[in-house]
Write a protein that binds this ligand. Structure first.
Ligand SMILES: O=C(O)CCC(=O)C(=O)O
Ligand SMILES: [Fe+2]
Length: 351
């Protein structure tokens, strides 16, 4: 992502590192219900759980690119504040995931500590579904810009969800109705920053391997470093593939909730962030993740009304928890080390 302006400020992504071969799909074509483009989207969501979304040549895409650029400025201003000020907004996991997370709070796959500073902005706070939370002035003075980002990002995700409804043979509007902008949810915008190292270790994991818990994530990045583990590959350094950031594109990935809802048809892939490759390692790395979570009271039960989504097999238990109960349970299991995140779903469609 975002615009050529930000890419011009970053050294080139090297062509010599192993890369994931993700398709680039056009938001404008998906918005016009182009059957071929929608099929490619569906295939990518099942094979990789990831694709690049070209936002150019679309009014809603252009709006979002402009907003994302504003959010890059906001990230630099917010995460550039003194640690002593940021720590007064510290997040409080697993109960409250909004606010500031300093680097070194999380354990990565190799047992070391992460290197990612983050600030999480809640959609409910920014849109006004709840009374305003207390955020640093860098954010409070830009509430309007943040609102624009949330609204435009939500509109772009709605186009993807509508295409998934059609491909999954669901009633029109099914997926969007489960994640409305005006209902309480844990949808958030994560502002991320990692600083360059004085001595570069290209294998340093700045954010450990994970899958996203929600439905869909839109990611905006300029410097590389994000990697995905191809399905079926063992989790060793040599198997991870870099994703090359592309100007004018957002990276889209499927989260665990959509794997549950589709009985494992769609895939959520393990991903992580390492040192940005080549000369990019020398610059601060910023990114933005818009993480969509459904209405808190929605059910995690498999979606009904689609002939493609498999029914429960003998002995399989129906998931009856709500979205928020399931998320708390899963986060707790991961924190206790009882569950190791891994790629899920991508199961073949039963004839
Ligand atoms: O910074 C990135 O490129 C990825 C961030 C990410 O995966 C997340 O916030 O869930
Ligand atoms: Fe992620």
């Amino acid at each position: 992502m975002p615009t050529p302006k930000l890419f011009a400020q970053c050294p080139d992504f090297p062509s010599t590192v192993p890369m994931a071969d993700l398709p680039v799909l056009s938001l404008s074509k998906i918005g016009e219900h182009d059957g071929g483009e929608e099929k490619r989207l569906f295939d990518a969501c099942r094979e990789y759980g990831f694709f690049l979304l070209d936002l150019k040549a679309s009014q809603s895409g252009d709006n979002l690119l402009r907003d994302a650029e504003h959010m890059f400025d906001l990230t630099a201003a917010t995460l550039g504040l003194e640690e002593s000020e940021l720590s007064t907004y510290a997040y409080n996991p697993p109960r409250d995931l909004l606010g500031y997370k300093c680097a070194g709070k999380l354990r990565t796959d190799d047992g070391k500590l992460d290197a990612m500073k983050m600030y999480m902005l809640g959609q409910d706070d920014i849109i006004g579904n709840i009374p305003p939370r207390n955020n640093p002035d860098t954010i409070e003075t830009r509430r309007k810009e943040c609102q624009e980002f949330f609204r435009h990002a939500h509109a772009v995700v709605a186009v993807i969800l509508a295409a998934l409804d059609r491909q999954l043979d669901l009633q029109p509007g099914t997926l969007e109705r489960l994640s409305p902008l005006d209902k309480l949810s844990d949808t958030s915008l994560r502002l991320l920053l990692s600083h360059p190292q004085s001595i570069v270790d290209e294998n340093r994991i700045s954010l450990g391997g994970h899958t996203d818990i929600g439905t869909v994530t839109l990611l905006f990045h300029v410097a590389g470093g994000l990697q995905i583990l191809p399905a079926g590959s063992e989790n060793v350094h040599g198997n991870w593939r870099y994703i090359r950031p592309e100007p004018g594109c957002a990276l889209v990935n499927i989260g665990d909730t959509l794997v549950e809802w589709t009985g494992g048809l769609l895939r959520s892939s393990l991903h992580r962030v390492v040192t940005a490759p080549g000369a990019q390692a020398s610059v601060p790395r910023q990114s933005l993740a818009y993480l969509i979570r459904p209405d808190r009271n929605a059910s995690m039960r498999r979606l009904e009304g689609s002939a493609l989504i498999p029914r429960l097999k003998e002995g399989e238990q129906e998931e009856t928890r709500s979205v928020s109960e399931w998320a708390t349970w899963r986060a707790q299991q991961i924190m206790n080390g009882e569950l190791k995140p891994q790629t899920r779903g991508g199961n073949p469609i039963q004839a």
